[in-house]
Each structure stands twice: as C-alpha cells, then as structure tokens.
Design a protein. Structure first.
Length: 197
C-alpha cells in the first residue's frame, strides 16, 4: 500500500528541512568548505544517497530553488497592476509581496536559518558568485515585468534603474542588518519603503 501524497510530501519536506538546519549548524561550527555532504547526512541521521535525493550539491542546499516562487510572487503583482498605479508604488507592492512570501517559507528573513544562509552567501566566494548571478537574473526579470506593466511610462533603462535602486537598497540594508545583528526583515522593509518613497 502506498503512502498518501500529502504524507509523502510532508516527510520529504521534513527531511529537507532537517538537512538544511543540520548543514547550517555544521557550517557555523566548522566552516562551509570543511563540511562534507557525508557529514551533513550522518548528522541529520540519513544516508548520503538521501542527501543527494534532495540536493545535487552542498551549494544547492544553501542556494535552494525556492527563490523562484518568491520572485514569481513579485512578478504576479507587477502583471496585475492597478489602474493608474504609479511605478514606484507598484514596485513597492511587488517587493513587499516577495518579502511576505519569503517569510511564509524556509527563507523567512526573521528566522535564524536565513541569517546563517545570508552570512554564508556573503562570506563564501563560490556562493556569493552564484547568488550574484541569480540576483542579476531576478533584477532583469523584474525590470522587464515593470517595463511591460508600465508600458509608455517607463522605458527599459528607467525600469532597470528603478528595480536596481530598490533591490540594491534591500541588499545593502540586509548586509548591514547582518553585521549589526538587527532584524533582517525590518531592515529589508525599511529599505523598500525608502527606495520607493
């Protein structure tokens, strides 16, 4: 008899969450580069094969693909622009929706695992390079969507500048909050407000 889909998915999610939390703890204790996938699997009490069922690499564990659904939430807001809505207000709503979407999942900026993840991304060169590439791709997609939503009001350069200003503000505020040990979600929200005022 097979397991119900809901139960199977919950078990998969719990295993994935355990692997992430265990890995982050080990990364903090012994460093990202010195921690192996076998050590993560053993500490999470699963096989190495189970680790690789969930993540192709150690880097994939830190840079999970859930960022796509967070970005999608923002793109959906841009596509559903309210009549007469100004571009900065529209972008503000999209960014706040993305922040709310992140807060509802494993990338919650108010949670300790996300602080650890962001510390890793800013301190491990290979992670930083991959994250910058992904951030540039996300900026490009947001810019294109904003340009399309505000057709005739913004050209591609204007849309790219507005998106770059807001995402740059969020990134800078987030890094500063990490350094100061202040709440990341509050810093990001303040950055969105300031950049779209």
């Amino acid at each position: 008899m097979s397991e119900p889909v809901g139960l199977r998915e919950r078990k998969k999610w719990r295993t994935r969450k355990a692997l992430i939390e265990t890995a982050y703890r080990l990364f903090e204790q012994q460093g990202y580069d010195r921690t192996t996938t076998a050590e993560i699997a053993a500490a999470a009490e699963v096989s190495t094969a189970t680790f690789f069922n969930h993540f192709a690499t150690k880097e994939d564990l830190v840079l999970t693909d859930d960022g796509e659904h967070i970005l999608r939430a923002g793109l959906d807001v841009l596509a559903a622009r309210e009549a007469g809505e100004a571009a900065p207000r529209l972008l503000r709503r999209a960014m706040l929706r993305m922040l709310a979407e992140a807060g509802a999942g494993p990338r919650d900026p108010a949670a300790e695992p996300e602080r650890i993840r962001l510390d890793l991304i800013t301190s491990v060169p290979s992670l930083r390079a991959t994250m910058l590439r992904r951030a540039f791709d996300a900026q490009q997609r947001l810019s294109a969507a904003l340009c399309q939503a505000c057709e005739g009001e913004l050209d591609e350069i204007d849309a790219a500048a507005v998106v770059g200003a807001v995402t740059g503000a969020v990134f800078a505020a987030g890094r500063t909050a990490l350094r100061l040990g202040t709440p990341l979600d509050e810093a990001m929200r303040r950055a969105i407000d300031l950049a779209t005022a």
